[in-house]
Design a protein around this ligand. Structure first.
Ligand code: THU
Length: 136
């Protein structure tokens, strides 16, 4: 699956968002090493801090299905009906993704299915604290 296909999947996943409080719809498409695609959307709560971002929805689905290695995640976020700007993962999502992100892991931020940027993981979370820091 290429970058454009992942971007398109993230844009489509915005339609699944449950975001009655912010009105900001986010979709994520996470590709495993074995090329299985996991889709996520943001899921908000009337108790606001219980909200789960689209990226973590996708990651939690995948990890709970037994996945541990991933190639890339695409993210798209906007108010409904608008293309919006590039939507980058929040700090909490960056930290949880870091747990599973290898050196080749890529982040695609998509405004539309054809307008997207591709980043290496080290650009998204430089100097991150992760599993390697607990070794030895
Ligand atoms: N949100 C995500 O799902 N992913 C991001 O990368 C940024 C923020 C969600 C959380 C909340 O439901 C809404 O967007 C506004 O913060």
């Amino acid at each position: 699956m290429n970058h454009a296909q992942l971007a398109a999947a993230a844009v489509a996943a915005k339609d699944r968002a449950y975001a009655p409080y912010s009105g900001f719809h986010v979709g994520a498409a996470l590709l495993s090493e074995g090329e299985t695609l996991y889709i996520g959307c943001n899921i908000e709560s009337a108790a606001y801090p219980a909200t789960v971002c689209a990226e973590r929805t996708a990651l939690l689905k995948a990890v709970s299905e037994g996945e541990r290695k991933f190639r890339a995640i695409a993210v798209a976020g906007s108010k409904p009906g608008a293309d919006g700007d590039y939507c980058y993962p929040c700090g909490v999502c960056r930290q949880l993704l870091h747990e599973f992100a290898g050196e080749d892991f890529e982040v695609i931020v998509a405004r539309t299915a054809t307008d997207f940027r591709v980043h290496k993981w080290a650009e998204i979370l430089p100097f991150g604290f992760g599993p390697k820091d607990l070794e030895g």
